[in-house]
Design a protein around this ligand. Structure first.
Ligand code: BES
Ligand code: ZN
Length: 633
């Protein structure tokens, strides 16, 4: 699909001038800027928004826990831009029951294309210049990829079922027929009926209490792309954390969640001080059951989060900073398609790191940055060895591929380091002014790599040829691997760990090491630095001293499993198995299964656990693991 949206850089200056008075120094000389266009092109959507686009969705739905489906009628306000004869929506595995246009049955030929295994089917609905609304009555199918219906046993309370959605990247089309492309925004309202005694929440204005009849209404007046559509239903409670912040969780978890996220309001205030107002009103987080396949998902007004960040000591809340940061990078300024995902994720990791620095200090932020560098090195090595060196470029080619394949550490960590390099080259003050301006200027709009590069050059880097020479932007964006000007920080906190590691390698017993006051990143760095080959004695004594196998910190526990399972450390087997059957977060599952595969018990043991655990996993995780383990149903 192709669509040109004209963004004039001149209008930016205007907007900018109105919106703030602190940022005058970068204002733009209108005449000098040529107009650039962002092509709304998306290899993962059939829709043609240049012809006809959805501007508002009215969603009337009932969640049927018995059959594990959603029954709904979606009514779209349609803008016919180009005398179009049809509007095209993306669908995947939906049962379309009836279609109306302007409130009467559509008789003309509606057609559902043959399904593509990745993209699903284009739904063509005839429209004309008088068509104002289109309605579709439909049901989701069992096993819809975005949805995870949980049995009571999979929840903390064990009494009520639970449902959550995960729409990013292209799964919204499995629960709503929609123009499923990040470049297309619409407002929405919804009425959702759920069984009595359950609370429903969306990426919208949300209730904080259960209704008596199980009916909830929602309103989202700010236009959002389809990948930010979200729904969660369960026995859920709310707790306020500050004037604009709160947390939702099952009652069994709400106390722990409120304790863990005590810094949330501070994070919002800090983020606003850095890059301008939080534009979504409320910022809440819902802690989901442990099968949630991601760490977090930045659904507007309501981040969805894994319970694995509840460590009891507030040490894993960088994830909240990350999802919050998406309220600017991603939810305001949105990658035009999934080939540009570094514009969402790389900017967000950078912003996250800045929030962490403000609140927990530069030492802490530097440690996170170094761990991120290690992740990047590992990923680049892995991709390169597996014939995927092309995926180590910031802008990737996903034509004909599942966008999930682009979801590597590269957009996150290479993206982060490019922005850090720019910051260090031009100086923080100019860089922050630039970024604030960027978020303001392109709020509620799309961005692509070429446009960003041009904007960065004209607004900032053209001022100084030395900056350009130092950064080597083209190499960072379009070439493979890690450029050698990557600004990896040093950390005295990690040097402390290095000292102890050195002692340990020279024979100091684990119990004699000085680890007093170590923070979670230090522990992770410590564990990651162990040699690949460990003896049973070494593993046992480390474990006896530090209790890694039974750590309540899922990051520490999984880093440990990654090291010891390939070394056949049987004392961790039971805990690793429990971990894999309870937790569904893909980022943990993949390395732990790989570690088991590398042990003597190998494939058989991995498959044995997988068969038991698989029913607990979301499709996002099984999609990856079926491949990794060669599972064939
Ligand atoms: N938006 C992502 C999750 C995502 C990306 C889902 C692409 C589907 C497709 C979210 O913000 C994210 O990055 N989550 C990370 C958090 C981490 C980097 C702090 C995760 O889930 O681990
Ligand atoms: Zn993210």
């Amino acid at each position: 699909m192709k669509f040109y949206r004209t963004l004039s850089l001149a209008s930016i200056a205007l907007l900018f001038a109105c919106s703030s008075n602190e940022q005058k120094e970068t204002s733009i000389n209108k005449e000098e800027k040529e107009e650039m266009k962002i092509e709304l092109q998306d290899p993962h959507s059939y829709s043609k928004p240049n012809d006809a686009a959805v501007t508002h969705l009215s969603w009337d739905a009932e969640v049927d826990f018995e059959n594990k489906i959603i029954k709904a009628t979606a009514t779209y306000t349609v803008e016919n831009k180009n005398n179009a004869k049809e509007i095209i929506l993306d669908t995947k595995n939906l049962n379309i029951l009836a279609i109306m246009t302007n409130e009467s049955e559509a008789e003309e030929k509606i057609s559902l294309d043959k399904a593509d295994p990745i993209l699903g089917s284009a739904l063509h609905i005839p429209i004309n210049e008088n068509t104002k609304t289109v309605s579709i009555k439909y049901e989701t199918s069992e096993g819809a990829a975005a949805l995870q219906f949980l049995d009571p046993a999979q929840t903390a309370g064990k009494k009520h079922p639970f449902l959550f959605t995960q729409s990013q990247a292209i799964l919204a089309r499995t629960w709503i027929p929609i123009q499923d492309s990040p470049g297309i925004r619409f407002t929405y309202d919804a009425t959702v009926k759920v069984p009595k005694g359950m609370l429903a929440l969306m990426s919208a204005e949300n209730p904080t209490e259960m209704s008596e009849d199980g009916v909830y209404t929602f309103k989202m007046d700010q236009a959002v792309p389809s990948y930010l559509m979200a729904l969660s239903v369960g026995n859920i409670e709310y707790r306020s954390l500050g004037p604009e912040t709160g947390v939702y969780a099952e009652p069994e978890l709400i106390e722990a969640a409120a304790y863990e996220f005590a810094d949330m309001q501070n994070m919002v205030d800090t983020a606003e001080a850095l890059y301008g107002p939080y534009r979504w009103g409320i910022y809440d987080v819902i802690v989901l059951p442990p099968s949630f396949p991601f760490g977090g998902m930045e659904n507007p007004r309501l981040t969805f989060a894994t319970p694995t960040i509840i460590a009891g000591d507030r040490s894993l809340t960088a994830l909240i900073a990350h999802e919050l940061a998406h309220s600017w990078s991603g939810n305001l300024v949105t990658n035009v398609n999934w080939e540009d995902i570094w514009l969402n994720e790389g900017f967000t990791v950078y912003f996250e790191n800045r929030i962490m620095e403000e609140i927990f200090g530069a030492d802490f932020a530097n440690m996170l940055a170094i761990l991120s560098y290690q992740d990047l090195q590992d990923e680049v090595k892995d991709l390169t060895e597996n014939g995927r060196a092309a995926d180590t470029r910031l802008k990737v080619d996903l034509e004909g591929r599942d966008p999930d394949e682009g979801l590597t550490a590269v957009p996150y960590d290479k993206g982060f380091y490019l922005l850090k390099l720019i910051e260090q080259t031009v100086g923080r003050e100019s860089w922050d002014a630039f970024l604030k301006n960027y978020f303001n200027t392109y709020a509620f709009q799309v961005m692509n790599t070429d446009y960003f590069v041009n904007y960065l050059n004209t607004e900032l880097l053209d001022q100084n040829p030395e900056w350009k020479a130092a950064i080597r932007l083209e190499e960072w964006v379009h070439q493979e691997g890690i450029p050698d000007n990557i600004p990896v920080p040093t950390s005295t906190k990690f040097e402390e760990v290095d000292t102890q590691l050195g002692n340990w390698k020279e024979g100091t017993a684990s119990s004699e090491l000085n680890t007093e006051g170590w923070s979670t990143p230090q522990w992770l760095y410590f564990i990651r630095s162990f040699p690949d080959e460990l003896s049973q004695e070494q593993m046992s004594s480390l474990d006896e001293t530090f209790g890694f196998t039974t750590s309540g910190n899922r990051e520490i526990q999984s880093a440990w499993f990654e090291k010891v399972l390939p070394n056949n450390y049987a004392k961790a087997d039971a805990q690793a198995e429990t971990f894999l059957t309870v937790v569904g977060r893909r980022k943990f599952l993949v390395p732990i299964y790989k570690a088991i595969l590398a042990s003597d018990a190998g494939k058989e043991r991995a498959m044995e656990i997988y068969k038991k655990a698989r029913p607990n996993y979301h499709s996002v995780s099984t999609g990856t693991l079926d491949n990794l383990l060669g599972y064939e149903g």
